[in-house]
Design a protein around this ligand. Structure first.
Ligand SMILES: C[S@@+](CC[C@H](N)C(=O)[O-])C[C@H]1O[C@@H](n2cnc3c(N)ncnc32)[C@H](O)[C@@H]1O
Length: 233
């Protein structure tokens, strides 16, 4: 019996390289660990969660699929449940980007020994990409996946060299063109719409509009419109 994942979870699981030992942080139901083991992608998976109930649900699924000899569940916050070098890849999915930043900062020794981070922030994607670049990571892939009208962003990061980056890349990722053209175009069009709304709100609703913020948003809009054109090439 195999496990059927939703498009978002499947796309995340597909990013794991064969043979990697994995920790799924904030595992909840434990579907990703089960999928990785059932499909012989990983030899060993640690499923971590800060809350007892989700961890019990992960434990039950691991037992149900007869995988207890290849998986461990651990209760605790973020990567604090790991020893440095215990796994090669960490997945953190379905949490806010700011929380992901905090979890990475809190466990630098563990993070230093990892090959790959597979991150799927629900919000604050800009702040997460900026954090990664400022902290010496390189972003190897930015993958978009659509599920129930929502476009999710998956960020694959590895250790690299700190670079100076145009901030627009923190918004749109570094590899948007590697995604299917219709999905990438929809993603950029949604960003353009968001920025236009912000500009409209600042101009119409604010009694004392911040010129600085307005300029920042106009500049962002211009860059997003350039990206939209570049995607059509
Ligand atoms: C929205 S669920 C996401 C579950 C799964 N990763 C996914 O993408 O579908 C967030 C999970 O993260 C757990 N969580 C929240 N804060 C955490 C932390 N600091 N450390 C570990 N797990 C945490 C929650 O208990 C919950 O099970």
């Amino acid at each position: 019996m195999n496990i059927k994942l939703t498009p978002r979870l499947k796309k995340i699981a597909e990013q794991v390289k064969s043979g990697e030992k994995v920790a799924d942080i904030g595992t909840d139901h434990g579907y990703i660990p089960v999928y990785l083991l059932k499909n012989n992608i990983s030899p060993f998976v640690i499923a971590g969660d800060i809350n007892k109930k989700p961890l019990e649900s992960a434990e039950n699924n691991i037992k149900k699929y007869d995988l207890s000899d290849k998986a461990e569940t651990r209760l605790g916050s973020g990567l604090s449940i790991l020893k440095a070098g215990e796994v090669n890849t960490v997945i953190i999915a379905g949490m806010g980007g700011l929380l992901i930043n905090e979890l990475l900062t809190a466990s630098k020794e563990v993070v230093n020994e990892l090959n790959t981070l597979i991150l799927q922030p629900m919000q604050a994607q800009f702040e997460l990409r900026k954090y990664l670049i400022d902290n010496g990571f390189t972003i190897e892939s930015d993958i978009l996946v659509k599920e129930d009208h929502h476009i999710y962003e998956i960020i694959i990061a590895k250790h690299g060299i700190k670079k100076n980056i145009d901030p627009i890349y923190y918004d749109i990722g570094f590899h948007i063109k590697n995604n299917p053209k219709p999905l990438a175009t929809e993603f950029i069009n949604r960003k353009i719409k968001e920025v236009k709304n912000i500009i409209k709100n600042i101009s119409e609703n604010s009694s004392n509009p911040s010129i600085e913020k307005l300029n920042e948003m106009e500049n962002k809009l211009k860059k997003l419109e350039e990206v939209e054109l570049w995607l059509q090439d």
